[in-house]
Design a protein around this ligand. Structure first.
Ligand code: S3P
Length: 431
């Protein structure tokens, strides 16, 4: 399905942003590992997360949606699934589940995914898990078959910073008493650390000379709990960036996770001159959440250093759109990881911007964007089957001089079901 975003309408009002994707995967997986029945409020009901729900059911957990809209997960002793576990488009599902199974003696599972996921590197989890003693058959890509075993400890240096790798190692270590530590020179999102603690597992974090050290404590058994998931800052990025660039806009997203390891985009937009306001901050299931209000603003270009990138890794497509409207040269460094996301996002951003009349260049893993207050648009964008490329260029079309069309809208459902309806409720013309 093609979609076209047409400029001319300001975005105003409240954007209903669904639950955070990273936390939703974790709530399901940790619930499936916990003793007893956990309840999850605000679960993201997207393709990616539903793939995780099906996967944990295949391992023996019981998952149900209640009439209240909350989800319940009854943990179980995991059993080997009869069929391969299809992780769909989700790197988080694949990498976290591989870690969990690796540390379970007697359990075997084969993991598969769609074409995009099957092209993404898995060596980054396979290698450290192998050092812990895991038995994993296959190469650097899915499908992989994991034979759970009693694992030893590890002290892993997590470079490039990957929350999925860190989480896989922590999950693999739950079943043993050995020392399990992950050291991150640049911290990646810490939702696993925060949520494992909610489930009663001891996780220590320390600022050391080598970097941020995360280690499992003595108590590693998970017990059921109630989790409330905040709105996803990565999804909120698209309507909020659209509001920043579309004249006359004034939009708000409520209850968004503003964990400092996820707010790089919002800090950068503020530094670019965006009128952005946080209010109603509170802690929900260990995570900081707040309402984020953004008004249309004249933007200055930005310079993002490599060390700032992990806190906005999924928001670079949205940031690139904001940069296109900021008069002058923006520079974003350290984007190598974008090449191994749901698509080669660096390539997709570059060709999309160029097609819309924006001068941009990639030099190694640095992206340069020469922004102008007025952007031509008027292009058909190849999303390369990537949900975030699709949403980013629709946002651009709402503020460009001419409409922007995307070739494939279906994948938006992997992270933001209802995206088009939410944008229309703000006044956007997307057909
Ligand atoms: C995620 C971590 C990030 C992010 C991905 C979700 C997670 O990847 O890009 O969309 O849920 O842990 P890394 O593992 O590269 O940090």
């Amino acid at each position: 399905m093609k979609l076209t975003a047409t400029p001319g309408c300001p975005l105003r009002g409240e954007a209903a942003i669904p639950g955070d994707k990273s936390c939703s995967h974790r709530a399901l997986i940790f619930g499936a590992l916990a003793e007893g029945e956990s309840r999850i409020e605000g679960l993201l009901e997207s393709e990616d997360v539903l793939a995780t729900a099906r996967a944990i059911e295949a391992f023996g957990a019981r998952v149900a949606k209640e009439a209240t809209g909350k989800w319940s997960v009854r943990g179980a002793d995991w059993a080997s699934p009869a069929d391969p576990v299809d992780c769909g488009n989700s790197g988080t599902a694949a990498r976290l589940l591989i870690g969990a199974v690796a540390g379970m003696p007697g359990i075997s599972a084969t993991f598969t995914g769609d074409a995009s996921l099957s092209a993404r590197p898995m060596g980054r989890v396979k290698t450290p898990l192998g050092r812990m003693g895991a038995r994993i058959e296959g190469g650097d890509r899915l499908p992989l078959t994991v034979h759970g075993a009693r694992l030893g400890g590890i002290d892993h240096r997590n470079v490039p910073a990957s929350a999925q790798v860190k989480s896989a190692i922590l999950l693999a270590g739950l079943g043993n008493g050995a020392a399990v530590q992950v050291v991150e020179p640049m911290p990646s999102r810490d939702h696993s650390e925060i949520m494992l603690a909610q489930f009663g597992c001891q996780v220590g974090v320390d600022d050391t000379e080598q970097g941020w050290a995360v280690r499992l404590g003595e108590r590693r058994a998970l017990s059921s709990c109630e989790i409330v998931i905040g709105a996803d800052p990565s999804s909120a990025a698209f309507p909020l960036v659209a509001a920043t660039i579309a004249p006359g806009s004034d939009g708000v997203a409520r209850g968004v996770i503003v964990n400092p390891l996820r707010t790089g985009l919002y800090e950068t937009l503020e530094a670019m001159g965006a009128e952005i306001e946080l209010s109603n901050e509170c802690i929900q299931s260990g995570e900081l959440v707040a309402d984020i209000r953004i008004r249309h603003s004249t933007l200055r270009p930005c310079h993002v250093a490599a060390r700032q990138v992990p806190a906005m890794i999924d928001e670079i497509p949205a940031l690139a759109i904001a940069c296109a409207f900021a008069e002058g040269e923006s520079l974003i460094e350290g984007l190598g990881e974008l090449r191994v996301k749901e698509s080669d996002r660096l390539g997709a951003i570059l060709s999309g911007l160029t097609a819309c009349g924006v001068t941009a260049a990639v030099d190694g893993d640095t992206l340069r964007i020469f922004g102008k207050e007025r952007v031509k648009g008027g292009a058909r964008i190849s999303t390369r089957g990537d949900h975030r490329i699709a949403m980013a260029f629709l946002a651009m079309g709402l503020a460009a001089e001419q409409p922007v069309e995307i070739d494939q809208a279906e994948m938006i459902g992997t992270s933001f079901p209802g995206f088009v309806e939410v944008m229309r409720s703000l006044g956007a013309d997307i057909q």
